[in-house]
Design a protein around this ligand. Structure first.
Ligand code: NAP
Length: 318
Protein backbone atom coordinates (compact mmCIF):
# COMPACT_ATOMS: atom_id res chain seq x y z
CA UNK A 1 0.00 0.00 0.00
CA UNK A 2 1.42 3.41 -0.90
CA UNK A 3 0.07 6.81 0.02
CA UNK A 4 -0.49 9.51 -2.58
CA UNK A 5 -1.58 12.64 -0.74
CA UNK A 6 -4.75 11.66 1.06
CA UNK A 7 -5.30 8.58 -1.07
CA UNK A 8 -3.89 5.14 -0.34
CA UNK A 9 -2.92 3.29 -3.50
CA UNK A 10 -3.40 -0.49 -3.31
CA UNK A 11 -3.06 -3.20 -5.91
CA UNK A 12 -6.05 -5.18 -4.71
CA UNK A 13 -8.85 -3.71 -2.62
CA UNK A 14 -11.41 -6.15 -1.26
CA UNK A 15 -14.78 -4.95 -0.01
CA UNK A 16 -16.22 -7.25 2.64
CA UNK A 17 -14.80 -9.49 5.36
CA UNK A 18 -17.02 -12.56 5.06
CA UNK A 19 -15.98 -15.91 3.58
CA UNK A 20 -15.84 -14.25 0.13
CA UNK A 21 -13.62 -11.34 1.16
CA UNK A 22 -11.12 -13.29 3.22
CA UNK A 23 -10.84 -16.16 0.72
CA UNK A 24 -10.09 -13.57 -1.96
CA UNK A 25 -7.62 -11.95 0.43
CA UNK A 26 -5.90 -15.28 1.12
CA UNK A 27 -5.34 -15.94 -2.58
CA UNK A 28 -4.34 -12.37 -3.40
CA UNK A 29 -1.94 -12.29 -0.44
CA UNK A 30 -0.29 -15.55 -1.50
CA UNK A 31 0.12 -13.99 -4.98
CA UNK A 32 2.03 -11.21 -3.15
CA UNK A 33 -0.46 -8.52 -4.08
CA UNK A 34 -0.73 -7.14 -0.50
CA UNK A 35 -4.54 -6.98 -0.56
CA UNK A 36 -6.39 -4.62 1.74
CA UNK A 37 -9.73 -5.77 3.14
CA UNK A 38 -12.31 -3.17 4.14
CA UNK A 39 -14.39 -5.09 6.65
CA UNK A 40 -17.76 -3.37 6.28
CA UNK A 41 -19.99 -3.03 9.34
CA UNK A 42 -20.06 -6.74 10.19
CA UNK A 43 -16.62 -8.32 10.57
CA UNK A 44 -16.90 -11.88 9.25
CA UNK A 45 -20.11 -11.10 7.35
CA UNK A 46 -23.38 -12.92 7.88
CA UNK A 47 -21.60 -16.22 8.53
CA UNK A 48 -20.11 -14.76 11.72
CA UNK A 49 -23.63 -14.35 13.11
CA UNK A 50 -24.39 -18.06 12.70
CA UNK A 51 -24.02 -20.06 15.88
CA UNK A 52 -22.83 -23.30 14.28
CA UNK A 53 -21.96 -24.00 10.67
CA UNK A 54 -22.36 -27.70 9.99
CA UNK A 55 -21.77 -27.79 6.25
CA UNK A 56 -18.38 -26.16 5.79
CA UNK A 57 -16.03 -28.99 4.77
CA UNK A 58 -13.25 -29.90 7.15
CA UNK A 59 -15.26 -29.49 10.35
CA UNK A 60 -17.07 -32.79 10.96
CA UNK A 61 -18.45 -31.54 14.30
CA UNK A 62 -19.42 -28.12 12.94
CA UNK A 63 -17.70 -24.82 13.67
CA UNK A 64 -18.90 -21.57 15.22
CA UNK A 65 -19.58 -18.91 12.59
CA UNK A 66 -17.54 -16.28 14.44
CA UNK A 67 -14.73 -18.79 14.99
CA UNK A 68 -14.63 -19.70 11.29
CA UNK A 69 -14.54 -16.00 10.41
CA UNK A 70 -11.56 -15.48 12.74
CA UNK A 71 -9.76 -18.42 11.16
CA UNK A 72 -10.36 -17.02 7.66
CA UNK A 73 -9.00 -13.65 8.75
CA UNK A 74 -5.98 -15.09 10.54
CA UNK A 75 -5.03 -17.24 7.56
CA UNK A 76 -5.27 -14.33 5.08
CA UNK A 77 -3.32 -12.01 7.38
CA UNK A 78 -0.66 -14.68 7.89
CA UNK A 79 0.19 -14.25 4.20
CA UNK A 80 0.16 -10.45 4.32
CA UNK A 81 -3.45 -9.33 3.87
CA UNK A 82 -4.23 -6.11 5.71
CA UNK A 83 -7.56 -5.59 7.48
CA UNK A 84 -9.02 -2.11 7.82
CA UNK A 85 -12.10 -1.79 10.03
CA UNK A 86 -14.05 0.50 7.76
CA UNK A 87 -16.91 0.60 5.30
CA UNK A 88 -16.76 1.83 1.73
CA UNK A 89 -19.27 4.61 1.14
CA UNK A 90 -18.90 5.31 -2.58
CA UNK A 91 -16.96 4.10 -5.59
CA UNK A 92 -15.95 5.63 -8.88
CA UNK A 93 -15.32 2.88 -11.42
CA UNK A 94 -15.20 5.14 -14.46
CA UNK A 95 -11.39 5.04 -14.63
CA UNK A 96 -8.48 3.07 -13.20
CA UNK A 97 -7.19 3.08 -10.61
CA UNK A 98 -10.68 2.86 -9.14
CA UNK A 99 -11.50 5.35 -6.44
CA UNK A 100 -13.16 4.16 -3.25
CA UNK A 101 -14.22 6.53 -0.48
CA UNK A 102 -14.34 4.83 2.90
CA UNK A 103 -14.61 5.67 6.60
CA UNK A 104 -10.86 5.08 6.82
CA UNK A 105 -10.02 7.46 3.96
CA UNK A 106 -9.84 7.32 0.19
CA UNK A 107 -8.31 4.46 -1.76
CA UNK A 108 -7.07 4.06 -5.31
CA UNK A 109 -7.26 0.42 -6.33
CA UNK A 110 -5.74 -1.23 -9.39
CA UNK A 111 -8.20 -4.05 -8.92
CA UNK A 112 -11.41 -4.18 -6.91
CA UNK A 113 -13.02 -7.35 -5.58
CA UNK A 114 -16.59 -6.86 -4.38
CA UNK A 115 -17.58 -9.24 -1.60
CA UNK A 116 -20.16 -7.06 0.11
CA UNK A 117 -22.63 -9.90 0.67
CA UNK A 118 -26.29 -9.43 1.51
CA UNK A 119 -28.45 -8.15 4.37
CA UNK A 120 -31.64 -9.58 5.88
CA UNK A 121 -34.97 -8.53 4.40
CA UNK A 122 -37.62 -6.84 6.52
CA UNK A 123 -41.30 -7.73 6.64
CA UNK A 124 -42.21 -4.08 6.27
CA UNK A 125 -45.27 -4.26 8.49
CA UNK A 126 -46.38 -1.70 11.11
CA UNK A 127 -44.49 -1.96 14.39
CA UNK A 128 -41.51 -3.84 12.94
CA UNK A 129 -39.08 -0.92 12.89
CA UNK A 130 -40.30 0.57 16.17
CA UNK A 131 -39.95 -2.73 18.05
CA UNK A 132 -36.63 -3.86 16.56
CA UNK A 133 -34.37 -4.51 19.54
CA UNK A 134 -37.47 -4.66 21.77
CA UNK A 135 -38.60 -8.12 20.74
CA UNK A 136 -38.01 -8.01 16.99
CA UNK A 137 -34.68 -9.37 15.75
CA UNK A 138 -32.92 -10.62 12.61
CA UNK A 139 -30.10 -12.46 14.41
CA UNK A 140 -30.64 -15.49 16.63
CA UNK A 141 -27.00 -15.71 17.70
CA UNK A 142 -27.02 -12.08 18.78
CA UNK A 143 -30.37 -11.96 20.54
CA UNK A 144 -31.52 -15.54 21.28
CA UNK A 145 -30.19 -15.35 24.83
CA UNK A 146 -32.63 -12.54 25.70
CA UNK A 147 -35.55 -14.92 25.20
CA UNK A 148 -34.81 -17.38 27.97
CA UNK A 149 -38.09 -19.16 28.88
CA UNK A 150 -40.01 -16.84 26.54
CA UNK A 151 -42.42 -17.48 23.73
CA UNK A 152 -40.74 -16.85 20.36
CA UNK A 153 -42.08 -16.66 16.81
CA UNK A 154 -39.97 -17.19 13.71
CA UNK A 155 -41.11 -16.01 10.28
CA UNK A 156 -39.87 -17.76 7.13
CA UNK A 157 -39.70 -21.17 5.53
CA UNK A 158 -36.09 -21.38 4.34
CA UNK A 159 -32.94 -22.88 5.84
CA UNK A 160 -32.30 -19.76 7.94
CA UNK A 161 -35.74 -19.81 9.56
CA UNK A 162 -35.58 -23.46 10.55
CA UNK A 163 -31.91 -23.50 11.51
CA UNK A 164 -32.17 -20.37 13.64
CA UNK A 165 -35.51 -21.49 15.07
CA UNK A 166 -33.91 -24.72 16.23
CA UNK A 167 -31.06 -22.71 17.75
CA UNK A 168 -33.48 -20.54 19.74
CA UNK A 169 -35.04 -23.66 21.34
CA UNK A 170 -31.94 -23.60 23.59
CA UNK A 171 -33.43 -20.56 25.31
CA UNK A 172 -37.09 -20.14 24.49
CA UNK A 173 -39.93 -22.04 26.13
CA UNK A 174 -41.58 -22.44 22.72
CA UNK A 175 -40.74 -21.60 19.10
CA UNK A 176 -43.57 -21.13 16.62
CA UNK A 177 -42.58 -21.03 12.97
CA UNK A 178 -44.97 -18.96 10.86
CA UNK A 179 -44.72 -19.53 7.13
CA UNK A 180 -46.78 -18.06 4.32
CA UNK A 181 -47.12 -21.37 2.47
CA UNK A 182 -47.63 -25.06 3.18
CA UNK A 183 -44.28 -26.22 1.74
CA UNK A 184 -40.87 -25.22 3.04
CA UNK A 185 -37.79 -24.26 1.06
CA UNK A 186 -35.59 -25.49 3.89
CA UNK A 187 -33.56 -28.68 3.44
CA UNK A 188 -35.22 -31.98 4.35
CA UNK A 189 -32.86 -32.56 7.27
CA UNK A 190 -33.79 -29.23 8.90
CA UNK A 191 -37.51 -29.80 8.30
CA UNK A 192 -37.25 -33.21 9.95
CA UNK A 193 -35.36 -31.82 12.95
CA UNK A 194 -37.85 -28.99 13.40
CA UNK A 195 -40.90 -31.26 13.09
CA UNK A 196 -39.47 -33.66 15.65
CA UNK A 197 -38.45 -30.98 18.17
CA UNK A 198 -40.82 -30.89 21.18
CA UNK A 199 -40.56 -27.08 21.54
CA UNK A 200 -41.30 -26.30 17.87
CA UNK A 201 -44.72 -25.88 16.29
CA UNK A 202 -45.94 -24.38 13.03
CA UNK A 203 -48.57 -21.96 11.78
CA UNK A 204 -48.80 -22.33 8.00
CA UNK A 205 -50.39 -20.34 5.18
CA UNK A 206 -50.14 -17.33 7.45
CA UNK A 207 -48.47 -13.91 7.34
CA UNK A 208 -47.69 -11.36 10.02
CA UNK A 209 -49.52 -8.10 9.34
CA UNK A 210 -48.48 -6.10 12.41
CA UNK A 211 -46.15 -6.24 15.40
CA UNK A 212 -48.01 -5.01 18.47
CA UNK A 213 -46.48 -3.49 21.60
CA UNK A 214 -45.63 -0.22 23.31
CA UNK A 215 -42.17 -0.46 24.95
CA UNK A 216 -41.70 -4.07 23.90
CA UNK A 217 -43.37 -6.53 21.60
CA UNK A 218 -46.46 -8.12 23.07
CA UNK A 219 -48.27 -9.80 20.19
CA UNK A 220 -48.51 -10.25 16.44
CA UNK A 221 -51.47 -9.72 14.17
CA UNK A 222 -51.72 -12.64 11.78
CA UNK A 223 -53.70 -13.32 8.64
CA UNK A 224 -54.43 -16.72 7.14
CA UNK A 225 -53.79 -16.24 3.42
CA UNK A 226 -56.31 -18.95 2.43
CA UNK A 227 -59.28 -18.17 4.68
CA UNK A 228 -58.50 -14.48 5.23
CA UNK A 229 -59.07 -15.01 8.97
CA UNK A 230 -57.27 -12.47 11.17
CA UNK A 231 -56.04 -13.37 14.64
CA UNK A 232 -53.83 -11.98 17.39
CA UNK A 233 -50.99 -14.16 18.65
CA UNK A 234 -49.28 -13.30 21.92
CA UNK A 235 -45.51 -13.74 21.96
CA UNK A 236 -42.40 -12.15 23.46
CA UNK A 237 -40.09 -12.27 20.47
CA UNK A 238 -40.17 -12.25 16.68
CA UNK A 239 -37.23 -13.40 14.59
CA UNK A 240 -37.49 -12.63 10.90
CA UNK A 241 -35.67 -14.82 8.36
CA UNK A 242 -37.28 -14.09 5.01
CA UNK A 243 -34.28 -13.92 2.71
CA UNK A 244 -31.70 -11.30 1.86
CA UNK A 245 -30.98 -8.38 -0.43
CA UNK A 246 -27.50 -8.00 -1.91
CA UNK A 247 -25.47 -5.05 -0.60
CA UNK A 248 -24.81 -3.52 -3.99
CA UNK A 249 -26.55 -0.16 -3.99
CA UNK A 250 -23.19 1.64 -4.09
CA UNK A 251 -22.50 0.11 -7.52
CA UNK A 252 -25.79 1.05 -9.15
CA UNK A 253 -25.26 2.71 -12.52
CA UNK A 254 -21.64 1.50 -12.60
CA UNK A 255 -21.86 -2.30 -12.54
CA UNK A 256 -24.44 -4.31 -14.44
CA UNK A 257 -26.95 -5.94 -12.08
CA UNK A 258 -30.01 -8.14 -12.18
CA UNK A 259 -33.42 -6.70 -11.32
CA UNK A 260 -32.92 -7.98 -7.77
CA UNK A 261 -29.61 -6.14 -7.42
CA UNK A 262 -27.19 -9.05 -7.83
CA UNK A 263 -24.03 -7.97 -9.67
CA UNK A 264 -23.76 -9.70 -13.05
CA UNK A 265 -20.58 -11.71 -13.43
CA UNK A 266 -19.27 -14.24 -15.93
CA UNK A 267 -17.74 -17.59 -15.02
CA UNK A 268 -14.46 -15.83 -14.20
CA UNK A 269 -16.10 -13.54 -11.63
CA UNK A 270 -15.57 -10.60 -14.02
CA UNK A 271 -18.09 -7.76 -13.98
CA UNK A 272 -18.77 -5.50 -16.95
CA UNK A 273 -15.91 -3.23 -15.78
CA UNK A 274 -12.44 -4.69 -16.51
CA UNK A 275 -10.52 -4.92 -13.23
CA UNK A 276 -13.65 -5.17 -11.07
CA UNK A 277 -14.56 -8.66 -9.87
CA UNK A 278 -17.52 -9.70 -7.75
CA UNK A 279 -18.14 -12.85 -5.75
CA UNK A 280 -20.29 -14.34 -3.01
CA UNK A 281 -23.80 -13.21 -2.16
CA UNK A 282 -23.43 -9.80 -3.80
CA UNK A 283 -23.35 -11.69 -7.09
CA UNK A 284 -24.86 -15.08 -6.31
CA UNK A 285 -28.63 -15.52 -6.10
CA UNK A 286 -28.39 -19.31 -6.44
CA UNK A 287 -26.18 -21.01 -3.84
CA UNK A 288 -25.39 -18.55 -1.03
CA UNK A 289 -23.42 -20.96 1.10
CA UNK A 290 -20.25 -20.28 3.08
CA UNK A 291 -18.37 -22.80 0.95
CA UNK A 292 -19.62 -21.42 -2.38
CA UNK A 293 -18.93 -17.84 -1.33
CA UNK A 294 -15.42 -18.80 -0.25
CA UNK A 295 -14.89 -20.59 -3.57
CA UNK A 296 -16.09 -17.59 -5.54
CA UNK A 297 -13.83 -15.28 -3.53
CA UNK A 298 -10.82 -17.47 -4.31
CA UNK A 299 -11.78 -17.57 -8.00
CA UNK A 300 -12.11 -13.77 -8.10
CA UNK A 301 -8.63 -13.35 -6.61
CA UNK A 302 -7.08 -15.86 -9.03
CA UNK A 303 -8.63 -14.01 -11.95
CA UNK A 304 -7.61 -10.64 -10.53
CA UNK A 305 -4.03 -11.92 -10.28
CA UNK A 306 -4.12 -13.05 -13.93
CA UNK A 307 -5.57 -9.69 -14.93
CA UNK A 308 -2.74 -7.77 -13.25
CA UNK A 309 -0.10 -10.17 -14.63
CA UNK A 310 -1.45 -9.83 -18.18
CA UNK A 311 -1.42 -6.07 -17.83
CA UNK A 312 2.13 -6.06 -16.48
CA UNK A 313 3.47 -8.28 -19.26
CA UNK A 314 1.79 -6.16 -21.93
CA UNK A 315 3.38 -3.05 -20.43
CA UNK A 316 6.80 -4.75 -20.57
CA UNK A 317 6.27 -5.85 -24.22
CA UNK A 318 5.38 -2.31 -25.22
P1 NAP B 1 -34.64 -18.13 1.45
O1 NAP B 1 -34.18 -19.50 1.15
O2 NAP B 1 -34.76 -17.14 0.35
O3 NAP B 1 -36.05 -18.29 2.19
C1 NAP B 1 -36.78 -17.16 2.54
C2 NAP B 1 -38.10 -17.63 3.15
O4 NAP B 1 -38.82 -16.49 3.59
C3 NAP B 1 -38.98 -18.38 2.17
O5 NAP B 1 -39.57 -19.47 2.80
C4 NAP B 1 -40.01 -17.33 1.78
O6 NAP B 1 -41.27 -17.87 1.51
C5 NAP B 1 -40.11 -16.49 3.02
N1 NAP B 1 -40.48 -15.10 2.72
C6 NAP B 1 -39.91 -14.25 1.84
N2 NAP B 1 -40.48 -13.04 1.88
C7 NAP B 1 -41.46 -13.13 2.80
C8 NAP B 1 -42.41 -12.21 3.31
N3 NAP B 1 -42.47 -10.95 2.88
N4 NAP B 1 -43.25 -12.64 4.26
C9 NAP B 1 -43.21 -13.91 4.72
N5 NAP B 1 -42.33 -14.82 4.29
C10 NAP B 1 -41.46 -14.44 3.35
O7 NAP B 1 -33.71 -17.40 2.56
P2 NAP B 1 -32.79 -18.02 3.72
O8 NAP B 1 -33.52 -19.02 4.50
O9 NAP B 1 -32.23 -16.83 4.41
O10 NAP B 1 -31.64 -18.75 2.95
C11 NAP B 1 -30.80 -17.99 2.05
C12 NAP B 1 -29.78 -18.92 1.42
O11 NAP B 1 -28.86 -19.32 2.41
C13 NAP B 1 -30.41 -20.19 0.86
O12 NAP B 1 -29.72 -20.54 -0.31
C14 NAP B 1 -30.15 -21.22 1.95
O13 NAP B 1 -30.05 -22.54 1.46
C15 NAP B 1 -28.83 -20.72 2.51
N6 NAP B 1 -28.68 -21.15 3.93
C16 NAP B 1 -28.16 -22.37 4.14
C17 NAP B 1 -28.03 -22.82 5.44
C18 NAP B 1 -27.46 -24.18 5.64
O14 NAP B 1 -27.11 -24.83 4.65
N7 NAP B 1 -27.35 -24.67 6.84
C19 NAP B 1 -28.45 -22.05 6.52
C20 NAP B 1 -28.99 -20.80 6.26
C21 NAP B 1 -29.13 -20.36 4.94
P3 NAP B 1 -41.55 -18.70 0.16
O15 NAP B 1 -40.90 -20.03 0.38
O16 NAP B 1 -43.03 -18.75 0.10
O17 NAP B 1 -40.94 -17.90 -0.95
Amino acid sequence: MSSNGNEKHVKVLILGSGPTGYSAALYAARAELQPVVLTGLQLGGQAALTYTIENYPGFPDGVGGAQLGELFQKQAEHFGAVTEFASANSVNLSQRPFKVEADSGDYLADVLIVGTGASPNHLEVPGEVELTGRGVSYCATCDGWFFKDKKVVIVGGGDSALEEGLFITRYASSVTIIHRREEFRASTILQKRAREHPKVDFILNTVVTEVVGADKMEALKLKNVITGEETTYEADGLFIFIGHTPNTRMFQGQLEMSDLGYIKINDKMETNVPGVFAAGEAADPHFRQVVTSAGMGAAAAIQATRFLEAEESSVIVE
